[in-house]
Design a protein around this ligand. Sequence first.
Ligand code: S3P
Length: 161
Amino acid sequence: MPNIVLVGFMGSGKSTIGSALAQRLGRFLIDTDLLIESSAGQSITEIFAHFGEQEFRALESKAIAWLGANVRNAIIATGGGMPIFNDIRSLGEIYYLQSDFDTIIARLDSVQRAKRPLFDNESSARELYRARAEVYAKVADHIINANKPKDEIIESILADL
Ligand code: S3P
């Protein structure tokens, strides 16, 4: 079976929904940020600080090639920029978790924001959100309203499988 690939802006719930979906479907979950962190031996924040965003995008690109060649029948929770800088269509069926920016702001506390170098400033994050929304929608096979409670989001995805 093809992978279920979750895309969307930071804080749209990709990891949380991915983990619940994996349990529900008995499938393996891969979170691309965690994959990159474990293979680099550094956190995302450290990778950005030591090597810069461009190098992080190159690591994402390598992760896509590896996942495309080796992983089937899994749930893949992507980092928010992954489909912006790379073509991810080889990874599987793409579900865009569409959350409004205000929903995202309400979800991400200061600890959650601190883990995300591109979320250190709310107004530039809002600009990034505006610039990216169209790209997510374009690459998606399915657009899921992710402003709802977690259980309803999961039901929407299951209904589309
Ligand atoms: C990024 C999103 C992050 C992480 C990195 C860059 C982005 O993942 O990959 O900080 O460019 O949107 P989450 O979407 O899981 O926060």
